[in-house]
Design a protein around this ligand. Structure first.
Ligand code: 3HC
Length: 314
């Protein structure tokens, strides 16, 4: 068995050479734990994220928009599966990960604890929330853990359709009637700052970022991605003829980017502690879906066991 110095040296040289760390490679225990924490919470975010949008499938304003929204929500479920599978390559058990979610122990993205009140919210979620998720996930395609990076490459392809779907809804509303444009502005007003919180707390208050950058799990920091998101989104808002609900938003020629107001971080910490508008409803719906689906899991396991028996008996 290689001694610890060699395996540690080998792990570090993989990071330096931007090689992937693979499931069978030696890795520091805290690297493995950090990844299980982040990947599982990412997976939880994907499946909880199905709820606010699923809420509008039966009320989509046309057959086409219903089909598009159905496809998007189905994609999110698939993203969750890719990510739970990536977490399992680190030795985590699916049941434990889901147990942590269902008992409120594990986090998921704060953004999904806000209600989708109108059809314009479905536009804002696709455009802003998936847009922010893409910003973060494109960066994670370069993460050091192989299975996570490969899941990101697949997810980013589908995420781009999600963002376009949301932006198309916003375009229809903004270039529609006055009332429709007001709905779009109302949605932007309610989703702008919670979307900025998706990138995580300011770097100075982020306990995980420094180590994540050292291990090349994160390749850009929370603040860097938030800045990128604002800089990329302002032009889209202007095209829609809407106004970002931030009076401090101003182009800064020196930094070649926008200055903007920080989100209300006390609201952020309150939401991730479970006191957001929809936290309770989301966990109830998630727990109900899990128990309603128990028979499917049992049937699939029984079928797999029977199949295995038949193969062994042959
Ligand atoms: N919501 C909930 N919790 C959050 C959060 C948010 N928006 N931002 C940060 N946190 C939590 C972190 O999980 C951490 O808590 P923990 O140590 O108990 O896990 C704590 O706040 C401090 O934050 P850090 O910045 O120190 O934590 P990280 O280094 O993990 O950075 C992150 C946070 C940027 C969210 C990072 O975990 C990450 O990049 N995760 C992967 C991407 C992801 O999960 N995106 C969520 C949205 S997915 C999505 O939107 C689906 C799309 O299809 C719509």
């Amino acid at each position: 068995m290689d001694n610890v110095v060699d395996v540690e040296k080998n792990f570090n040289s993989k990071l330096e050479k931007n090689d992937f760390v693979e499931p069978k490679d030696w890795m520091p225990e805290n690297y493995r734990k950090h990844l299980i924490r982040q990947i599982s919470q990412h997976a939880h975010s994907e499946i909880i994220g199905m709820l606010p949008e699923g809420n509008w499938i039966s009320r989509a304003p046309s057959l086409r928009s219903k089909i598009v929204l159905l496809a998007k929500v189905q994609d999110e479920g698939g993203h969750g599966l890719y990510l739970y599978t990536a977490a399992e390559t680190l030795g985590a058990s699916r049941d434990e990960l889901l147990g942590a979610l269902h008992t409120g122990k594990a986090k998921y993205s704060s953004i999904f604890n806000y209600p989708t009140l109108t059809w314009a919210d479905i536009g804002a979620v696709g455009w802003l929330v998936d847009g922010a998720a893409i910003m973060n996930q494109v960066m994670l395609q370069r993460t050091s853990y192989g299975p996570y990076s490969r899941a990101m490459i697949r997810i980013c392809k589908e995420e781009s359709f999600h963002q376009r779907q949301g932006y198309e809804i916003m375009c229809r509303l903004c270039f529609g009637t006055e009332e429709q444009k007001e709905m779009a502005q109302d949605a932007l007003n309610r989703w702008w700052f919670p979307t900025m919180m998706m990138f995580g707390p300011p770097d100075k208050d982020s306990p995980n970022s420094e180590q994540a950058i050292k291990w090349r799990i994160k390749r850009e920091t929370n603040d860097e991605l938030r800045q990128k998101f604002v800089d990329r989104t302002v032009a889209q808002v202007e095209f829609l003829g809407l106004t970002i609900p931030d009076k401090n938003l101003k182009w800064n020629e020196t930094k070649k980017g926008y200055d903007f107001s920080e989100p209300d971080w006390s609201e952020f910490y309150s939401v991730i502690k479970g006191n957001g508008p929809c936290n309770k409803e989301r966990l109830e719906a998630r727990n109900k879906a899990h128990s309603d689906g128990a028979w499917v899991r049992e049937a699939a396991i029984a079928y797999a066991e029977k199949k295995k028996e038949n193969i062994l008996a042959a």
